[in-house]
Design a protein around this ligand. Structure first.
Ligand code: PLP
Length: 378
């Protein structure tokens, strides 16, 4: 295949642009320090993981053996016996959440899904697509769900089978909903464990909390029914992807037999990316538990450094426990545009993902924030 000179030049220009902006992002939670060069040679193959990695598939070019090991790793990380779990490598945290909500709805077709105001915007889309009854719950100032409002809404709806969508690290403030408290409150309200479903959206923090000394509860051992994580966030990947882990007994209810590929299909897509499971596999195989601990610790330290530097300059910056998301008052448009910050209402955030090896980028942003706050005060 050949391109015209003009089109080749355009590709070259885009290449230079990508190299220049490779580590641009401080406002979005994407680690850019990955290296999958070992996998580049597989790009010539049409690898397709349609169906279930646990079964024989007539489509020979699949990477099921790698996907299976990825799922073993995450079952272990999220504290469920591998034999009792089932999950797969998705197209991202959104599909992972959709899968969790789908299971919840299949188990409780008339159940209402409760999610807080701080929940990722894609969940409103998921409940529309799945046509799940839903209720938006108030949040606490730090971004956690308002537990009183959650219980009040469940009571008001007289909902016998609530589907709880819990945030394990909200997008804007990195807040973790208290899984234990939610379950305790449900129990006090007389809702038995078998009468509700609990999904954990751990898009970013699912790859942080397993590696800290005092994690908030978020695993199957803490009582969840399913969990979603993004692969392109804390882990890092050139192609967006994610992981979902659920209880096998719940997944078996949605399995359908497909004679065309002579396998069972439980996933949301038909054809599935066969390259991203290999990336996730390489990411977990190339780092030990201690390597992840060190990587996460470095990010958490950088976040704390940013909080302290801003606070010293009189800026009201803060972060939630175990979070690499630093929240501060939204600076002037010139500042947030220059640094590509995500903003919402009167706050903005910076996120110290793994490619912030030193504080130069954090400092450049904070210098501008401080100068901006001084000129606004003057
Ligand atoms: C990023 C994010 C999502 C969506 O994940 P994608 O991988 O972008 O689809 C869902 N929930 C939270 C809390 C997120 O931060």
């Amino acid at each position: 295949m050949t391109l015209s000179i003009n089109d080749q030049n355009r590709l070259d220009a885009f290449w230079s642009y990508c190299v220049k902006n490779q580590y641009f992002n401080i406002g979005y939670p994407e680690s850019a320090d990955f290296d999958y060069t070992l996998l580049e040679r597989f790009m010539r193959f049409s690898i397709n993981n349609c169906g279930d990695w646990n079964e024989y598939c007539n489509y020979l070019l699949n990477s099921f053996e790698f996907e299976k090991e990825v799922m073993e790793y995450f079952a272990d990380l999220f504290k469920i016996p591998f034999e009792e779990s089932w999950g797969y490598v998705t197209n991202g945290g959104t599909e992972s959440n959709m899968f969790g909500c789908y299971l919840g709805r299949e188990i409780f077709p008339e159940g209402t899904l409760y999610y807080s105001k701080d929940t990722h915007y894609s969940v409103a889309k998921i409940v529309k697509l799945l046509r799940i009854k839903s209720q938006v719950v108030e949040s606490l100032p730090n971004g956690e769900v308002n537990y009183d409002d959650l219980m009040a809404k469940i009571a008001k709806d007289n909902e016998k089978h609530p589907i709880i969508f819990a945030n394990i690290g909200t997008t804007l403030r990195g807040a973790v909903d208290d899984i234990h408290l939610i379950q305790q409150r449900l129990k006090e309200a007389g809702v038995k464990r078998e009468d509700y479903y609990l999904h954990a959206d751990a898009a970013l923090s699912g790859m942080i909390l397993p590696f800290v000394d005092q994690p908030q509860g978020f695993t199957f051992a803490d009582g969840i029914d399913s969990i979603g994580v993004s692969g392109h966030k804390m882990i890092g990947s050139p192609i967006p992807c994610g992981i979902v882990v659920a209880k096998k007994k719940n997944v078996d209810r949605i399995s359908v037999e497909i004679d065309y590929i002579s396998a069972h299909d439980k996933t949301i897509s038909g054809s599935r990316n066969g390259h991203t499971p290999m990336m996730m596999w390489e990411a977990i195989k190339s780092r030990s538990f201690e390597d992840w601990q060190r990587r996460i610790e470095r990010s958490l330290h950088m976040a704390q450094y940013a909080v302290e530097r801003m606070q010293k300059a009189g800026i009201d910056a803060w972060r939630n426990k175990n979070s690499i998301t630093v929240v501060f008052p939204c600076p002037s448009e010139t500042v947030w545009k220059k640094h590509c910050l995500a903003t919402s209402g009167d706050v903005a955030h910076l996120i110290t993902t793994a490619h912030h090896w030193d504080s130069s980028q954090v400092d450049a942003l904070i210098d501008d924030i401080i100068a901006d706050s001084r000129s606004n005060a003057a």
